[in-house]
Design a protein around this ligand. Sequence first.
Ligand SMILES: *Cc1c(COP(=O)(O)O)cnc(C)c1O
Length: 399
Amino acid sequence: MAPHIHTRTVHRPVEPVEGSTPLGTPLYQSHTFAFTDTDAMAAAFEGPGSPYVYARYGNPTVAALEAAVADLEGGTGAIASGSGMGAITSTLWALLGSGRRVVAQDRLYGGTEGLLDDLRERWGVDVVKVDVDDLDAVRAALTPGTDVLLLETIANPTGRVADLPALTALAREAGARTVVDNTFATPVLCRPVEHGADVVVHSATKYMGGHSDTIGGVAVFADSGTLAAVRARTAEFGAVLDPFAAWLISRGLSTLAVRVARQCASAQVLAERLAAHPGVTAVHYPGLPDAPGHATARRILDGGFGGVIAFELAGGLASGRAFASSVELAALAPSLGDVRTLVMHPASTSHRALDAAGLARAGIAEGLIRISVGIEDVEDLWADLERAVGVAVGVAVGA
Ligand SMILES: *Cc1c(COP(=O)(O)O)cnc(C)c1O
């Protein structure tokens, strides 16, 4: 007798794929995996290298993304997370602990700053901030017992590029491991492991995904011991990536290099034109020949200077607000790395709680605008930006 419909709706036949290779990444939207007998299942609980058993420990679609990003970054392996913060939190929790010490670049991504505050306040982690352009200051901060040097390849919003070979060498001398947030550069422009980094973290939400439709993170490792330690934390926090999000990010990787190349080329054009505009008082973009650290950027980045530009409008807060509300093609939105151009006015939005002195400490001028350049036609983008700068400058002179 055939099983009941209530049984057959559940036990549908599944066709294995054999004899050819799917070119799209197969989506295994399965959190659990079945076994023929208890011995086979027991073997799956043995840990890394054993069959999939439960998706918080591993899933084939997530593993495909991890293998792809590890390959792009030149690491031994990678761990995907539910967001960039999942990757950063799992990594720092694995490498730090109560009473341990981290030396961090001043002005990191806001979420990372919050995590460091929390590690200090709740767990007594010694957090030392340092200007990483000053190698002597970094050397002095890396006292014996320092566990981690925490950097970003391209700092936001200054666009300063970290001198990774020099910094990772200092960390190694001090016995510390270097963790680099490579979100802004992507492995297309920079592969920090090649410059001595131990761990590379990403918000895959940004360039890797690239289409405003998914959130995820990845950590890449130079050695398998650190990977295993972070894998355990990621599973413990449940900071794992859903298979469908992994599938979307893998799909995003297919076009990452062409998107980034075009975003860099357009950003270079827009940065140069903004720098020549009388309504703009400063442009922060590492591709400008007179940018501080341009020489470092040329050594560390390969194929462009990134897709994010920050610039300062004459007229401060009022101009910034007017600009951000006047763009039509660009979207007023947080995040970056999207196929669409996104603009932000931090002083009136993400950093609105800070007064003028606080903004200055954060390195954010009142008229500072951040643009994440998309893949639209560069002349269409310039027309939009030039018109909005005109509106902003008009506001500034009371027109
Ligand atoms: C967005 C971002 C993060 C955090 O990533 P989420 O995916 O939002 O958790 C970390 N670092 C940098 C540089 C980012 O831009």
